[in-house]
Design a protein around this ligand. Structure first.
Ligand code: SAH
Ligand code: SF4
Length: 399
């Protein structure tokens, strides 16, 4: 029986060097291969013309370059793009690209489903199926990057050859390579899609290393963000293994309410979480933590909550990102009114806390972060358990 082919998308530099070394190849061969795979988006070993013929034959025999299969893709009128990927056994994950004036951000997923079960999250409502592999995580970036480059190349160079968009996996033209600094391409990656990245640590770490690697995607540490619901021990590990920008999903300014909204809080309550943020900042590429705070009508958006949040935020160098809740069927929750969000934000800013309100993008294609529903087979029956969980009273009492 043939062993499963090795998917090169899942191998970071040390793993690729080791593989090539097993065949008697020098480390620079691994670097060449990395550039072909990640920078030029090549999946055909025959196209890797500066690799020795016998090396290519060896690759052909035992390896593949394979991103998850795209099920559907959407373009929003505001330029946002969304891909739905098949990750097997009836599960799908999503990635979203958001172009802005000064950057292009790709939001990617780390798990099919999630078992943290946050009250306001549609992924959390779907339960957990499985961790994504490093190849599936980096495959989202590989695919999106080359789709966007092909788009741009065909828009800029209207030749008959390029007017029909070449399929990903073909060699990118040198013209396409020349436009990497364009903000319509990916300058930032945020792990804010489906899943809790720090509960799928090793594959996420390998993917992060590839994102930063100059022979692969060469992204700045400051422009790669891991978002976590607060897995304290893994925040410490990340600070040592690969410190990138960190966003922490806070969502409540006191333990009683956070226990209900983000159940992981029962394990790692706010004091421990803040202490972990403090430790992370010693190694972080930015000198602040981003706190995400979803705005839920009548649940966490009162003046009293703002006051508690100010006290909490003053304990640590942070920025606040208020996220208008994206409703989904069966959540039983509502988005705070725009006027309430404005007042809440003003309280924070008056207290000297840098605060932004997340713009909703790609509304016409359901592409907001935290709205990436995909389709996950719930093998944990979590959705049933959540349906029977006590609803949060609309006028919350834990202050
Ligand atoms: N598991 C990680 C990363 C994925 S969720 C985390 O929780 O941080 C990415 C962000 O989207 C988190 O801040 C999450 O709280 C937020 N989010 C989830 N569901 C949402 C919803 N329905 N509306 C708005 N934001 C949501
Ligand atoms: Fe999981 Fe993040 Fe959703 Fe919470 S918000 S259920 S941690 S994906």
């Amino acid at each position: 029986m043939h062993p499963e082919p090795i998917n090169l998308l899942g191998l970071d530099a040390p793993a690729l060097t080791q593989l090539v070394g097993q065949w008697g190849g020098k480390p620079f061969r691994a670097r060449q291969l990395q550039k072909w795979v990640h920078q030029r988006g090549t999946s055909q070993f025959d196209d890797m013309t500066d690799l020795a013929r016998d090396f290519r034959a060896q690759l052909e025999q035992s390896c593949v370059v394979q991103a998850p299969k795209v099920l559907t893709q959407h373009r929003s009128t505001d330029g946002t793009r969304k891909w739905l990927f098949d990750v097997g056994q009836g599960n799908a994950i999503e990635s979203v690209f958001i172009p802005e004036d000064d950057r292009g951000t790709l939001c990617i997923s780390s798990q099919a489903g999630c078992n943290v079960a946050c009250r306001f999250c549609s992924t959390g409502h779907q339960g957990f199926n499985r961790n994504l592999t490093a190849a599936e995580i980096i495959g989202q970036l590989w695919w999106a990057r080359h789709e966007l480059m092909q788009d741009l190349a065909s828009a800029r160079i209207p030749s008959p050859m390029q007017s029909s968009s070449p399929k990903a996996g073909s060699v990118l033209s040198s013209n396409a390579m020349a436009v990497t600094s364009d903000t319509r391409l990916i300058s930032n990656v945020v792990m804010m899609g489906m899943g809790e990245p720090l509960l799928n640590y090793e594959p996420v770490l390998a993917a992060l290393r590839m994102m930063l690697d100059d022979n692969a995607y060469g992204l700045s540490r400051r422009r790669v963000t891991v978002s976590t619901s607060g897995v304290v021990p893994m925040m410490d590990r990340l600070s040592q293994d690969c410190p990138v920008a960190l966003a922490v999903s806070l969502h409540a300014p006191n333990d009683a309410l956070r226990d209900e909204l983000v159940p992981l809080n029962k394990k790692y309550p706010l004091n421990e979480l803040l202490a972990a943020c403090e430790r992370y900042l010693e190694f972080a590429p930015r000198d602040f933590i981003t706190f995400e705070y979803v705005m839920l009508d009548g649940v966490n958006d009162s003046d009293q909550h703002a006051k508690q949040l100010i006290d909490l935020a003053r304990r640590i160098h942070c920025k606040l990102n208020l996220i208008p809740f994206n409703p989904f069927p069966g959540s039983g929750l509502k988005r705070s009114l725009a006027s309430r969000i404005r007042i809440f934000a003003q309280h924070l800013m008056d207290a000297g806390i840098v605060t932004t309100v997340r713009k909703t993008r790609g509304d016409d294609i359901d592409a907001a972060c935290g709205q990436l529903a995909g389709e996950v087979k719930d093998r944990t029956n979590l959705s049933e358990k959540m349906a029977t969980r006590k609803m949060i009273p609309i006028k919350e009492t834990h202050v």
